[in-house]
Ligand binder design. Structure first.
Ligand SMILES: [Zn+2]
Length: 118
């Protein structure tokens, strides 16, 4: 799942995949930069993610995506709808927001708590 963590310019946060904001981690000038968003936990995790082996990072990403899916499922259960075609436009956007935000929250939590990626 891991794509390039080192975009030449800020695009996506290397931790949560939200919009990066010109903050980045690089061990030395002239080295690739891991761009980050403005979330304080993402900034704190920049070095950890930069140094993480791609296989380990991918495993964390898959687990975070699974966690986000669980949160989105809980949202659907909360509104009593399980057929995505029956969601209103507002419910659909909330479902998507739950996946997107849930992924970032889970990545930060997993990496801050050093959860094993399995
Ligand atoms: Zn972030």
């Amino acid at each position: 799942m891991t794509t390039s963590r080192f975009d030449p310019e800020p695009v996506c946060c290397g931790v949560c995949k939200r919009l990066a904001h010109g903050i980045g981690y690089a061990p030395k000038q002239g080295k690739p930069v891991l761009w980050l968003c403005t979330n304080v936990d993402c900034i704190a995790l920049g070095e950890t993610v930069f140094k993480m082996a791609p296989k380990t990072l991918s495993a964390h990403e898959l687990m975070a995506l699974d966690d986000a899916g669980g949160k989105a499922g809980a949202y659907l259960e909360g509104i009593g709808k399980f057929d995505l075609t029956t969601l209103s436009a507002t419910e659909w956007m909330e479902f998507l927001r739950t996946v997107l935000n849930g992924y970032g929250e889970s990545m930060r939590e997993r990496l801050l708590n050093h959860k094993a990626p399995f």
